[in-house]
Write a protein that binds this ligand. Structure first.
Ligand SMILES: Cc1cc2nc3c(=O)[nH]c(=O)nc-3n(C[C@H](O)[C@H](O)[C@H](O)COP(=O)(O)OP(=O)(O)OC[C@H]3O[C@@H](n4cnc5c(N)ncnc54)[C@H](O)[C@@H]3O)c2cc1C
Ligand code: SF4
Length: 502
C-alpha cells in the first residue's frame, strides 16, 4: 500500500489527524495541498478571505516541507485533474483525508473514490466528535445550548471545582450586557504587515480578479500559526480581563472592543479550541480575572462554537433550506455597498466589513441579520451574503448561525425566540443612533427609523405563528395595544420602503 494525504484549506494544523496518523513515516508520505480557482469562482468572496486562506495554505506548506514531509502545492483550476496526476505520479493506492468540516467536499470525495481508495480519518478539530454529539443529541426533546454547555463543562472539566461550576453559577450573562459609556477605551488590535508570500497572494488575486467584494489593500490579518498564537496571547493579556461587560456593545470607530478576533484562525485550525479554552482557564486561575469575562468567553468557544458545529452535522442537509416565515424578498443593494444607505448603524457595520471582513457577534446578529429578518429577506439569500462577506465564514458555522439563530428559519430548533429588535435595542447598545438621519424614537412619520416600522410590521405579519413561541407573548401584547390607524401607517411605510429599495 502507498498512501498520500490531501490536506484541505481549513485543516492547517500539524496536529491534524491524518498527519498525526502518518507521522512516523512522514518522509514516505506524499502530501498535497491545492488552491482551486474554480472553487472560489463558484460564489462571491471577500478578497481578504482569499488572501488569508491561500497565504495560510502556502505558509503551512512551507512549514511541512521544513518538517520533512514531501509536499506538492497545486495552483490549479479544478481539484480533480491535479489530484489525479499527483496520485499517478506517486503510485498511490490510498488517499487519506481528514473528514471535512463542510459537506461541500462530499461529492468531490465520491468522485475521487473511483480513482483511488479513500480513507477518511476522524476529524480532530473540535472538542466534540460528531459521533459524541449524536449520542448526546438523540432522544432529546430540545437541543438546548444551555444543556450542551453544562455537559461540555463537566465532560472536559473546564472551570469546574469538585464537579461544580466555579463561582457556583453556570451563567453570568446579566453582567455582560452593559451599554457602552462615552469615552470607552478598548485596547488596540494587532496588525500584521504582509510578508513576501502574502504579497504574492495579493498580487495573484489582483491579477486574476478573484473575489468580488471588499478592500484588498487593508489586509492585516495574521497568516501563520505563530501569528495566530500571538493574537491569542494578546487577547488573553489585554482584552480577556474586560471581555465580559461590553460584549454586546457597538461603538463607532472602536468596532472590535474587547473581542478576541480569533475566529479566522480557529476556523482554519491555526489555533485549536482546546488550547484556547485551556489558556483562558489558566489565565483565570493564575491572575484572578473576573469570572463573568472568563465564563462569557468559554461559553462562546466551548459552548456555542461546539454546539453549532455539532448541530450542522447532526441535522439533515435539508436544514439549510428552512424558511419557517416563508420570507422571499431579495437583499437591499446597500448590503453590498455601505455608501448606499443612510441608516447609520448599517452603514457603520457594512463599512467595517468592506475594510476587514469582520464585525463582532452582536453587529452580525442584531444589526445585519435582524434587519434582513424584519424586512422579510429570503433566509438562503441572506445566508449566501453572510458567506460571501465574512473572513471567517464556512458552511458549518454559517448555516446554523444565520438560518437558525439569525433568521429563525428553522422555527425554533436553535433559538427560543426570533432575534428581532427595533431601534430601542440598537440605541441602548450603541452610539449609532445619535448620528443618524433617522429618528430612533419614531415608528411612523417621514424620519421614522426603518428598524421601528419593520419591527412592528414583522410582528403583525407573523403574529399567528409567533403565538406558538411562549417567549413572544409579552411583546405580542404590546403589538395589540397599537391603534389600528397607527398599525396601518406602519404597514404603509414598510411597503413604501420595500417598493423604493428593492
Ligand atoms: C448571523 C451570524 C453569522 C455568523 N457567522 C459566523 C461565521 O461565518 N464564522 C464564525 O466563525 N462565526 C460566525 N458567527 C459567530 C460569531 O459572531 C463569530 O464567531 C465571532 O463574532 C467571531 O469574532 P471573535 O473571534 O472576535 O469572537 P469572540 O467574541 O471573541 O468569541 C470567541 C470565539 O467564540 C466562538 N463563537 C462565539 N459565538 C459563536 C457562534 N455563535 N458560533 C460559532 N462560534 C462562536 C468563535 O470561535 C469566536 O472566535 C456568526 C454569528 C451570527 C449571529
Ligand atoms: S435610528 Fe434607526 S437606522 Fe439610525 S442608527 Fe438608530 S437604529 Fe439604525
Amino acid at each position: 500500500m502507498t498512501r498520500g494525504i490531501w490536506i484541505l484549506g481549513d485543516q492547517l494544523s500539524h496536529q491534524q489527524a491524518a498527519l498525526q496518523s502518518c507521522f512516523i513515516e512522514k518522509e514516505n508520505t506524499p502530501i498535497i495541498i491545492i488552491e482551486s480557482s474554480d472553487y472560489v469562482n463558484k460564489r462571491p468572496y471577500h478578497r481578504q478571505k482569499l488572501v488569508l486562506i491561500w497565504s495560510a495554505m502556502r505558509h503551512f506548506s512551507e512549514e511541512l516541507k521544513l518538517a520533512g514531509w514531501p509536499v506538492t502545492y497545486g495552483i490549479t483550476a479544478h481539484f480533480l485533474p491535479s489530484l489525479e496526476k499527483w496520485i499517478k505520479d506517486n503510485y498511490l493506492t490510498e488517499l487519506w483525508i481528514m473528514n471535512p468540516n463542510n459537506r461541500d467536499f462530499n461529492n468531490l470525495i465520491n468522485e475521487l473514490s473511483t480513482l483511488v481508495q479513500i480513507k477518511l480519518i476522524p476529524n480532530n478539530q473540535f472538542f466534540w466528535t460528531q459521533e459524541e454529539f449524536t449520542k448526546w443529541a438523540k432522544n432529546r426533546k430540545r437541543l438546548l445550548l444551555e444543556d450542551f454547555y453544562r455537559e461540555s463543562r463537566k465532560r472536559f472539566q473546564i472551570l469546574m471545582v469538585d464537579n461544580k461550576p466555579v463561582g457556583n453559577n453556570w451563567n453570568f450573562d446579566k453582567e455582560n450586557r452593559k451599554s457602552p459609556p462615552k469615552n470607552i477605551n478598548p485596547p488596540d488590535n494587532l496588525s500584521f504587515i504582509p510578508d513576501d508570500i502574502t504579497t504574492d497572494v495579493i498580487k495573484w488575486i489582483k491579477l486574476n480578479d478573484f473575489g468580488s467584494y471588499g478592500k484588498l489593500e487593508t489586509f492585516n490579518w495574521g497568516v501563520t500559526r505563530d501569528n495566530a498564537v500571538t493574537v491569542l496571547n494578546h487577547f488573553i493579556k489585554k482584552k480577556l480581563p474586560q471581555f465580559g461587560p461590553f460584549q454586546d456593545a457597538m461603538v463607532t470607530g472602536k468596532n472590535t472592543l474587547w473581542h478576541s478576533l480569533i475566529s479566522p484562525y480557529l476556523n482554519l485550525s491555526l489555533l485549536q479550541p482546546q488550547e484556547v479554552v485551556e489558556a483562558v482557564e489558566k489565565a483565570y486561575f493564575e491572575n484572578q480575572l473576573e469570572l463573568n469575562s472568563v465564563e462569557g468567553f468559554i461559553r462562546q468557544t466551548l459552548g456555542w462554537r461546539e454546539y453549532l458545529y455539532g448541530i450542522y452535522h447532526y441535522l439533515d442537509e435539508d436544514y439549510s433550506n428552512s424558511n419557517w416565515f416563508n420570507h422571499s424578498l431579495k437583499l437591499p443593494d446597500f448590503y453590498w455597498d455601505s455608501n448606499k444607505t443612510n441608516m447609520n448603524c448599517l452603514h457603520q457595520v457594512l463599512k467595517q466589513i468592506e475594510d476587514t471582513g469582520y464585525v463582532h457577534h452582536i453587529q452580525r446578529l442584531m444589526i445585519l441579520s435582524n434587519f434582513a429578518l424584519i424586512l422579510g429577506v429570503n433566509p438562503q439569500v441572506i445566508e449566501a451574503w453572510f458567506h460571501a462577506v465574512f473572513i471567517d465564514a464556512y458552511d458549518w458555522v454559517m448555516q446554523t448561525n444565520v438560518i437558525g439563530m439569525g433568521q429563525f428559519a428553522d422555527g425554533g430548533i436553535l433559538a427560543s425566540k426570533p432575534y428581532a429588535a427595533s431601534a430601542n435595542y440598537i440605541n441602548k447598545m450603541s452610539d449609532y443612533c445619535s448620528n443618524c438621519y433617522y429618528n430612533k424614537k419614531e415608528r411612523t412619520g417621514e424620519k421614522a427609523c426603518p428598524f421601528n416600522y419593520f419591527y412592528w410590521d414583522f410582528l403583525a405579519r407573523h403574529q399567528d405563528k409567533l403565538k406558538s413561541q411562549g417567549r413572544m407573548n409579552l411583546i405580542l401584547a404590546s403589538l395589540n395595544k397599537i391603534p389600528e390607524t397607527e398599525l396601518n401607517k406602519i404597514r404603509e411605510l414598510a411597503e413604501k420602503w420595500r417598493l423604493n429599495e428593492l
